[in-house]
Ligand binder design. Structure first.
Ligand SMILES: Cc1cc2nc3c(=O)[nH]c(=O)nc-3n(C[C@H](O)[C@H](O)[C@H](O)COP(=O)(O)OP(=O)(O)OC[C@H]3O[C@@H](n4cnc5c(N)ncnc54)[C@H](O)[C@@H]3O)c2cc1C
Length: 435
């Protein structure tokens, strides 16, 4: 390690997704000093990577970017991006200490002006995970156009060490010798907002284990539909054809004991309906079919949203998909039991199939932070009836999908509640100290 820095804050927020940002803003507005630790190179979480949001169809990036910018510019918030959280432990009755490693970007943050000259000059092209690997990025890059902070980072595994980025950088920010930096962040309270990842695409042999080219995940489809997506239109990945028939497979990674995910992920019905509506706008002649077990349209305005989708001509077939196979002409064959008809086993082919994968926790605290988890692996909230954001570690609260699957509205509400609990806790500590 090159350097070691120690810093004190009132509150630590782990995770810079919409839950973490909302909690940080609510605490910072009450004049508490907040540190946000994010593992990715940009804040924004999944929400900044979505196309539009149900049920209003607001542009996701238009409503997330202002929150990201407000957090970045707030005088009481300090962002630590591209960081590895090593541990959170209690140092005393009133102090938590987080050990964090600031990973090297190989670009000096205080010199980089986000001009992207390094990116334009870099000759190496690699698949861009930010765009579902459908398009390419450079080996030195800014994660995406509205990333915050706008600081480049180098993908050393793919860098050819040609030196072109360093030559064109107008501020001399490229530093091939940058070392990781160890940070100790002390705070009196913490909010865990570490969110989710999708259930892995490759774990279900019946669904092709991620090897059938035109079977994609729901987050991949978010990128295909996004205004800054890889093609700026919806094309299927295998051959760039505009798909005429698109299918959604619901509960592809939820309510499935074989994957260890027996719960409902709560957002998949709604995001599939949203994507289907957006697709019928983008591809007006395409047939869109949603294969579902039950439609769970539980939130405000959601049932109407579902009814609107039916009225738009989106086909809903009550069936559990048993098998997904490669068919001729790069199509995908679905085998299912038609549960509303005669119960017959049916087969149908589609140009493109989207798996509505469920949510599993992004972060597992074992060995890092002594908060407990439930049997579903999300962070345990022992007082979930009356205080749903309390964890079983005093002074540590949880918000958003880190505590269990939920949509953006519930995530924001929960983040506000976690910030309120953390602020009450801080006020009590401060009163005790003053007495
Ligand atoms: C395909 C899809 C479409 C969706 N569409 C909608 C929609 O239209 N409307 C709607 O209401 N909801 C939608 N959702 C749900 C929505 O994405 C979530 O409700 C929301 O993103 C939850 O925010 P979060 O902050 O809890 O989690 P996340 O967005 O996952 O953010 C968590 C953050 O924590 C960071 N992190 C994780 N572990 C660590 C660690 N150890 N250290 C530091 N940082 C860490 C992550 O990098 C991430 O930035 C959709 C979900 C999916 C999958």
């Amino acid at each position: 390690m090159q350097t070691h820095r120690e810093m004190n804050f009132d509150a630590l927020v782990v995770g810079g997704g919409i839950a973490g940002l909302q909690a940080a803003l609510d605490l910072a507005d009450q004049n508490f000093k907040v540190a946000v630790v994010e593992k990715d190179a940009s804040i924004g979480g999944k929400m900044i990577r979505l196309s539009k949001v149900f049920p209003t169809l607001d542009c996701a990036s238009c409503i997330t970017t202002p929150k990201m910018a407000a957090s970045a510019h707030h005088e009481n918030i300090t962002l630590f991006t591209y960081c590895d959280l090593k541990s959170i432990s209690r140092e005393s009755d009133t102090v938590l200490a987080a050990r964090v490693v600031q990973k090297p970007r190989y670009v000096e943050a205080d010199k980089c002006i986000g001009c992207r000259q390094c990116e334009y000059g870099c000759p190496v092209h690699v698949p861009d995970p930010e765009q579902g690997n459908f398009s390419m990025r450079k080996a030195i890059y800014i994660p995406f156009s509205n990333a915050i902070p706008q600081i480049a980072l180098m993908d050393v595994e793919n860098c050819s060490l040609c030196g072109k980025c360093a030559k064109v950088c107008p501020t001399g920010a490229v530093n091939y010798f940058q070392q990781p930096e160890e940070l100790v962040i002390r705070a009196k309270t913490a909010v865990l907002a570490t969110g989710f990842r999708l259930t892995p695409l490759d774990q279900k042999p019946e669904y092709g284990k991620g090897k059938i080219l035109n079977v994609i995940s729901s987050l991949d489809m978010e990128r295909l539909l996004a205004p800054h997506g890889p093609y700026q239109r919806v094309l299927r990945p295998s051959d760039g054809k505009e798909p005429d028939a698109i299918a959604y497979v619901q509960c592809a990674g939820s309510r499935d004991k074989t994957l260890g995910v027996s719960y409902c992920s709560r957002v998949c019905c709604m995001y599939a309906i949203k994507q289907a509506m957006l697709l019928s706008g983008a591809l007006p002649l395409a047939d869109i079919t949603i294969y579902y077990m039950d439609i769970r349209a539980f939130g405000k305005g959601y049932e109407q949203f579902f009814q609107n989708a039916k009225a738009m001509g989106i086909e809903f077939v009550k069936a559990k998909i048993a098998k997904i196979e490669q068919a001729d002409n790069q199509s995908v064959r679905l085998r299912y039991e038609d549960q509303e008809g005669a119960g017959a086993v049916m087969e149908r082919e589609h140009d493109l199939v989207v798996l509505s994968l469920g949510m599993v926790p992004e972060w597992h605290p074992e060995g890092i932070c002594p908060v407990g988890c439930d049997t579903d692996a999300f962070i345990r909230t022992p007082m979930s009836r009356l205080s749903p954001t309390l964890t079983d570690m005093e002074g540590v609260f949880v918000a958003g999908v880190a505590a269990g699957p939920k949509d953006i509205v519930d995530t924001i509400a929960e983040a506000g509640a976690a910030a309120m609990e953390a602020s009450n806790y801080l006020n009590k500590l401060n009163k005790k100290a003053a007495a």
